[in-house]
Design a protein around this ligand. Structure first.
Ligand code: SF4
Length: 183
């Protein structure tokens, strides 16, 4: 039972230099503060994506400035722009080449829903070919909106069952089937 003399949390007199926690908490803490984005710039939204790397917005405050143009070295695909059917297969292939764990942010109206392009050439949302973790509204969204989306992604990563996912990767199970055209 809790009383006035009960000590809660970390006590250096009892535990010394040792901090006890859960594996999920440690793994998620490391992952969410070292996200390496894969900039999938496909149209005008990519200009806003570039802006977050500049000093005015400074994405490095969140430990995410290490943009990688190789899927082998990235764990968060930021789809920024209109996804055409011609490009959809490439987006899917690059996503599959990224190692687990990996996340996807759909930046702007086009990536999230096809935007104003209700046409035969445009995919109506990138979630038809890859599992999206965070959607962003706007045409174009402001760079601050992207930072907000990345903070939401950090929150999501912080709630993941990382240890369980080591044996059952989530993305492989969640990726929609894609045969190069819409069903
Ligand atoms: S959402 Fe708007 S700014 Fe972004 S790619 Fe589409 S048309 Fe361009």
């Amino acid at each position: 039972m809790k009383s006035e003399s009960t000590t809660l949390g970390y006590n250096s007199k009892v535990e010394g230099e040792v901090v006890v926690t859960q594996a999920d908490a440690v793994i998620n803490w490391i992952r969410k503060h070292s996200v390496w984005p894969m900039p999938m710039g496909l149209a005008c939204c990519a200009i806003e994506l570039m802006a977050v790397g500049a000093s005015r917005f400074d994405i490095s405050r969140f430990g995410m400035e290490v943009m990688r143009f190789s899927p082998r070295q990235a764990d968060c695909m930021i789809v920024s722009g209109t996804v055409t059917y011609k490009m959809a297969e490439v987006v899917r292939r690059i996503y599959e080449q990224m190692a687990e764990p990996k996340w996807v942010v759909a930046m702007g109206a086009c990536a999230s829903t096809g935007g104003m392009y209700r046409s035969y050439a445009t995919l109506q949302g990138v979630d038809r070919i890859v599992p999206v973790d965070v959607y962003m509204s706007g045409c174009p969204p402001r760079p601050e909106a992207l930072l907000d989306a990345m903070i939401k992604l950090q929150d999501k990563i912080g709630r993941e069952r990382s240890v369980k996912n080591l044996t059952a990767p989530k993305a492989a199970a969640a990726a929609p089937a894609f045969a190069g055209k819409e069903a």
